[in-house]
Write a protein that binds this ligand. Sequence first.
Ligand SMILES: [Zn+2]
Length: 115
Amino acid sequence: MEKNQVCKECGKGFSGRSDKLFCSRECKNRYNNRKNSLESKARSEAIKALDRNHEILSSLLAAGTGSASIEALARVGFTPDAVSAQRKGRCGHTECHCYDIVYCRTDVKIFDIHK
Ligand SMILES: [Zn+2]
């Protein structure tokens, strides 16, 4: 059924099927392109944070450091929320994975860093 609609991209009124969101193909493309570029930006920022974390964790491992405070880590650019996986560990703490590196996390520190 045709009805009066408002384009989701340009805000212009148009008439069309009730499931139509855009006044034109151009508006639809513009909207989707912007949405895709925002999504890929969010994805690349998440990957960047994980890569930075991995770099920091690798250097801790190389130095034989098994634990570090979240505060000290944050100063060197560690993002506590950036993990490739996490679950409740056997020890009762949150076990986090940063690719191949595994560590336990509390609110104030990470420890038991290992591969
Ligand atoms: Zn439009």
